[in-house]
Design a protein around this ligand. Structure first.
Ligand code: SF4
Ligand code: SF4
Ligand code: SF4
Length: 194
């Protein structure tokens, strides 16, 4: 077994840890482009760059049927025309991923695994929130507004996540012990929540 073959096997193995097929595909192509892809033949080099561009569109909620068709075409071209096994294996991997319903779902506005950031957001659940302020302290973006409860006699401003400031790092959900922050799918149209 050559060192390069092992490198490809490592890439495919690590990708299996990612639940979302779109995210998984992006991971494989990104690592392939960063190392094993040598650029000596056109079908593989062009196919890899083209597929990365299409995958980024799909993961950003900007994907279309055209992107799906182009990816399938690229996958077939890489399988049939790449000079070595590495390009052929990546092409076959792409075709296999495209057969998963997740690709179509992304084009229609859903990342079922909530891994692609364009498809989900964090929201506050007011009825569960005790206004402890832990989430606010954890947020480095200043994306959470609200007033800590210092006295039960006062009215305190409810906690709320400002989506425009939120980078979706997930730190707030980790520190909230009251299930008062949830991760939810958002319906998207051309990358914009509706
Ligand atoms: S198929 Fe093989 S030879 Fe061709 S660019 Fe890819 S890695 Fe290089
Ligand atoms: S950590 Fe949870 S309970 Fe505390 S203020 Fe934030 S959302 Fe509310
Ligand atoms: S996900 Fe990160 S940036 Fe967004 S509100 Fe929570 S801590 Fe702040």
């Amino acid at each position: 077994m050559t060192e390069k073959t092992t490198e490809m096997q490592d890439i495919f193995k690590a990708a299996q840890e990612l639940a979302c097929p779109v995210d998984r595909s992006k991971y494989v192509i990104k690592r392939f482009l960063a190392g094993p892809m040598c650029g000596k033949c056109f079908p593989c080099s062009f196919g890899s760059y083209e597929s990365m561009m299409r995958l980024r569109e799909i993961a950003s909620a900007l994907g279309s049927d055209e992107d799906l068709a182009a990816l399938r075409q690229v996958g077939r071209m890489m399988v049939s025309m790449s000079r070595c096994k590495k390009g052929k294996d990546v092409g076959a991997f792409l075709i296999e991923m495209l057969d998963e319903s997740a690709f179509r779902e992304h084009v229609e506005g859903l990342c079922g695994q909530m891994q692609c950031v364009a498809f989900y957001e964090y929201r506050n659940v007011p009825e569960n929130c005790v206004k402890c302020g832990k989430c606010q302290d954890a947020c480095r973006e200043g994306a959470i507004i609200g007033e800590k409860q210092v006295s039960i006699k006062c009215c305190h401003m409810a906690f709320e996540i400002r989506q425009k400031r939120c980078n979706k790092c997930g730190e707030c959900i980790k520190v909230c012990s009251n299930n008062a922050i949830i991760k939810v799918n958002i319906e998207t149209t051309a990358g914009v929540p509706v």
